[in-house]
Design a protein around this ligand. Structure first.
Ligand code: GTP
Ligand code: MG
Length: 134
């Protein structure tokens, strides 16, 4: 089965929506392979979002992802990457479908609840960042 890396971002964690969000992935048929609470070092956030390093919002993005604890998970299942991205919804919560996590719970592009890997290459890279011990 395919693997993907999910982050329940600090906004979602602070709003006590971690269980609700993980339940949605489980209901879809995905399996939790690894799970942990992380107080994210700045360097980890910068490495995770390195592809956005030149964007004007990069500083705010790193500030946000390090603003409080988050929950990192490895999920597995059939087409886990696409299935997860569908559950998460569009990057901008105002464009995300109702029924998706972002569509149901968020309004700000900068505080959009969840991350999911966007390709097999990204998933492998991100699992190495968040679960270097595995
Ligand atoms: P992630 O799963 O977090 O990677 O989101 P994504 O794959 O849907 O979007 P992308 O990788 O393109 O952007 C990464 C993150 O940067 C997004 O989740 C947003 O929080 C943030 N971001 C993207 N575009 C903007 C923007 O125009 N303004 C701000 N403030 N943040 C943005
Ligand atoms: Mg992305």
């Amino acid at each position: 089965a395919e693997k993907t890396l999910i982050l329940v971002k600090p906004d979602a964690f602070a709003r006590n929506l971690t269980g609700e969000i993980l339940a949605r992935f489980e209901r879809k048929g995905l399996t939790i392979e690894a799970l942990k609470l992380v107080h994210t070092p700045r360097e980890t956030a910068e490495t995770h979002y390195a592809e956005h390093a030149e964007r004007p919002f990069f500083g705010e993005l790193v500030d946000f992802i390090t603003s409080g604890p988050l929950v990192a998970a490895i999920l597995s299942g059939n087409d886990a990457i696409k299935a997860s991205r569908q559950l998460i919804g569009a990057t901008n919560p105002l464009e995300a479908a109702t029924g998706s996590i972002r569509g149901d719970f968020a309004t700000l592009v900068g505080e959009n609840m969840v991350h999911g890997s966007d390709s097999p290459e990204s998933a492998e890279r991100e699992i190495g960042i968040w679960f270097p011990e595995l």
